[in-house]
Design a protein around this ligand. Structure first.
Ligand code: SAM
Length: 289
């Protein structure tokens, strides 16, 4: 069965009396090369368990099951479960669970897998919920090896942007705290059924085993990043003055100067190392007693 063949996809949908659910971001991949590439590139250890989010009709799941020890797939759409039993019936290393990833206790679900070997995430993510899913994965602090995701190209460019570039944003800096993101390839919108309005791209995030930058206070680091990007066209000093009303203007400007930055620098020029240093400099000013 060729799950990338458009006719086969339509036949399967008809056979199970299904339609594509836009509200679940259902755009199924129909390019075999792309599917194989994602399955190959998502991690490098054949002994890995893969957490897949949104298997759809099982196109990517199938290729992952061929290449990796075990696949655990979470699918929100109940209607797709009998389809997945049909398309993946030949595998005994795939577990499909009818569940919303946002409602899933990932630590509990993946505890046995983590005790057996490396675990990575691989998914063609539903676009409507890309950032919340990514943040959930990162904030879970589970020791995933890689997170490989297909997302809107625009979002991929943002997540992989370098400090100072036009695409660089708060989420880029936050992601850099957790790991290193790399854009693997772009995928034109006509490689999906139904075709989405925009092109996609696959990115692979290698999570840090040991964080290279450890702030004194993680919540303060995130607050600093958020404040710096809160007022994008303003200088860093102005943005931080708004974001930290409990600090004086002088405290903020001297904190920025003490790190060797120009007084007119904008927040979007700072990389994660510099944000960490900045938040550590603000820390004693916020904890005076
Ligand atoms: N992996 C398939 C492929 O590449 O052809 C389908 C990808 S499609 C872009 C996204 C899939 O995620 C759909 O099957 C959709 O039903 C599922 N989905 C959407 N929201 C979800 C959620 N919150 N939890 C789990 N699955 C979800």
């Amino acid at each position: 069965m060729n799950l990338c063949d458009l006719k086969t996809v339509r036949q399967i949908m008809a056979m199970f009396h299904l339609t594509f659910h836009k509200e679940f971001g259902q755009n199924f991949l129909t390019d075999r090369m792309v599917v194989e590439n994602i399955a190959e590139e998502c991690c490098f250890d054949e002994n890995s368990t893969i957490l897949e989010i949104g298997p759809g009709i099982g196109t990517l799941t199938y290729e992952l099951a061929l290449r990796r020890r075990q696949v655990i797939s979470l699918e929100i759409d109940r209607g797709l479960i009998p389809v997945l039993q049909y398309t993946l019936g030949e595998f005994d290393n795939v577990r499909v669970i009818n569940q919303d990833v946002m409602e899933t206790d990932l630590e509990e679900l993946l505890a046995p897998a983590f005790s057996e070997g490396p675990v990575s995430v691989c998914a063609n993510l539903p676009y409507y919920i890309t950032t919340p899913i990514l943040m959930k994965l990162l904030e879970s602090r589970l020791p995933f090896e890689y997170i490989t995701i297909m997302i809107q190209k625009e979002v991929a460019d943002r997540l992989c942007a370098k400090a100072g570039s036009k695409d660089y944003g708060a989420i880029t800096a936050v992601l850099a705290y957790y790991g290193e993101a790399e854009k693997l390839f772009t995928v034109p919108s006509d490689r999906f059924v139904p075709a989405p309005k925009v092109d996609s791209a696959v990115i692979r995030i290698k999570l840090h085993r040991e964080k290279p930058y450890v702030p004194r206070d993680e919540a303060l680091l995130f607050r600093t990043i958020k404040a710096a990007f809160g007022q994008r066209r303003k200088t860093l000093a102005n943005a931080l003055s708004t974001g930290f009303p409990e600090l004086t203007r002088e405290q903020i400007t001297s904190a920025i100067a003490s790190l060797g930055h120009e007084p007119t620098i904008r927040g979007e020029r700072l990389d994660i190392a510099q944000f960490t240093a900045l938040s550590d400099t603000l820390y004693p000013l916020l904890h005076t007693d």
